[in-house]
Design a protein around this ligand. Structure first.
Ligand code: SF4
Length: 498
């Protein structure tokens, strides 16, 4: 283990002296030649008086001492590493730099003792050509057909993927858009991913669909209208949830939904409650009793359909079963749209004032809706050459990660590691510290990544043991290249026992 760490030695990991004060940055394949006082194409590296420096400070996260581990706000700026208790510190990949190509050991290989266990954290900024974001948009509204192109600045940056329960999903980025199209497509894709990962708002348009402004942690804005509520469930689920509360107050309830429209009296819930059949038949394909598919085209109307006149959903009213005075409620799955009708002598539904008790239940649908949000998960493959910066035998790292022995974090945020081959990870961008992501003009995204494991295991994996620097020495040696921020208490501490 190396007991010391110096900024000079760090600089040599990234660059080569080309003479006349020029440094060639070799932290990515662009290989910028950087003159004194200038920075490279990505602005992440600069020539500081003949020394190649990372322009952003290395971010170290510190936990508070109290058992709850609440995050504390540290003063921005330089931090005297000596004042920082190493047992509470976690060195992130943010600002660490990239030792491309990765036959060179990672920028920081940090040794520390936690709860009596000698640990190693291998810290780097990975360059990801294989990366993208999965975007979950909590809305029923139809944003565009499945598999439709999603565009930013007119360039295709991804596609609409399968809708989930109450959410529309987009898959953006990926190696094909970064590398397989025109230069502009790659550049715009990289910019779009970077903005989304930084928590910025991005306007996307969907072929054959609508425009949506997406921002992690914020409500989506569809064609200029902010979404408010995530539906309580599909139409069938809404019938199931509120059937008991409608019993005796309405004779029929139709919950309009683009996927599964529910009809209460015919639905299992209505049957169990002993409701009388009303003979009201809605459009679409009957799946099972009281559950109808394809009642209308998808759209921005009621329940994610194109319906703006809810009575258009009624196909027939059977005069043998329906009766004058029949009380009918039509509602969307968020309760934002609702109509109360009573059948007249000709069995026509006539809109009427909604009784207070029925309105209370409709309002309860709204009360049970969660706020509509956008979620952005960064997804990347870390199974490539990056692993050589960790160990001389990369497959051992892959196996160790798959076995759960080596923890993978991104800027301290927990990662979901996909089962199967490779190291394919996903992390919620809002759980990383701010400004955690960068880019290089190849184009590719740069993201922090840390591998934490017991020291004895690291040795068994063929790790770069001679490169391990004690955490205290690293903190002291980084000097003004270090910034300390508070640990996000929502994130599991990487050194906690499994
Ligand atoms: S683009 Fe950035 S990382 Fe790549 S060589 Fe230039 S300065 Fe270095």
């Amino acid at each position: 283990m190396s007991a010391s760490f110096s900024p000079e030695a760090r600089s040599q990991k990234f660059g080569q002296d080309e003479g006349e004060g020029i440094i060639r940055c070799d932290a990515c394949p662009v290989l910028c030649r950087i003159r004194p006082g200038r920075s490279g194409a990505c602005a992440r590296y600069a020539n500081d008086s003949g020394r190649l420096v990372r322009t952003d400070p290395a971010i170290v996260l510190a936990r508070t001492l109290d058992a709850g581990g609440r995050a504390v706000a540290f003063a921005e700026g330089a931090w005297d590493g000596k004042l920082l208790d190493p047992s509470r510190a976690f060195v992130t990949g943010i600002g660490a730099g990239t030792t491309y190509p990765d036959y060179k050991p990672a920028p920081f290989i940090v040794g520390a003792e936690h709860d009596g266990v000698e640990t190693v954290t291998v810290v780097t900024e990975g360059m990801f050509s294989y990366c993208g974001v999965k975007v979950k948009i909590d809305t029923d509204r139809h944003l565009g057909p499945e598999a439709a192109a999603v565009r930013a600045q007119g360039e295709q940056v991804g596609h609409v993927t399968t809708a989930e329960y109450g959410s529309q999903m987009l898959s953006l980025g990926g190696v094909r858009h970064l590398t397989g199209g025109s230069k502009k497509e790659g550049t715009v894709t990289c910019e779009t991913l970077l903005a989304l990962c930084a928590g910025e708002a991005v306007e996307l348009t969907i072929d054959g669909g609508h425009a949506v402004i997406v921002q992690a942690g914020q409500a989506p804005i569809v064609d200029g209208t902010p979404e408010r509520r995530m539906r309580v469930g599909c139409g069938s689920a809404t019938v199931g949830i509120f059937a008991q509360q409608w019993l005796g107050e309405a004779d029929e309830v139709i919950v309009v939904d683009d996927h599964i429209t529910g009809v209460l009296s015919e639905h299992q819930a209505g049957k169990v409650l002993g409701m009388r059949a009303t003979g009201i038949r809605v459009r679409g394909r009957r799946s099972t009793p009281g559950r109808y598919f394809q009642v209308a085209a998808p759209g921005l109307g009621w329940g994610g359909t194109d319906i703006t006149d809810p009575l258009a959903i009624i196909e027939t009213i059977d005069p043998k079963r329906a009766w004058p005075g029949l009380r009918l409620l039509l509602t969307s799955t968020t309760g934002e749209d609702a109509l109360w009708c009573v059948l007249d002598e000709q069995l026509r539904p006539i809109p009427a004032e909604m009784p207070a008790k029925v309105r209370t239940v409709v309002e309860r649908i709204g009360e049970n809706c969660e706020p509509s949000l956008c979620t952005v998960l960064f997804m990347a493959g870390a199974g490539g050459s990056l692993r050589a910066g960790v160990t001389g035998n990369p497959v051992l790292l892959t196996r160790s990660v798959a076995a759960g022995e080596t923890r993978v974090t991104m800027g301290g945020a927990p990662c979901y590691v996909w089962p199967g081959g490779g190291i394919t990870v996903m992390a919620d961008v809002l759980r990383l510290p701010g400004n955690a992501f960068g880019y290089v003009p190849t184009p590719a995204l740069v993201a922090p990544i840390e591998f934490t494991l017991p020291r004895r295991l690291y040795e068994r994996l063929g790790g770069h043991m001679e490169e391990i620097v004690p955490l205290a020495a690293l903190l002291a040696g980084l000097g003004d290249q270090l910034r300390v921020e508070g640990w996000n208490a929502d994130n599991p501490w990487p050194f906690a026992p499994p």
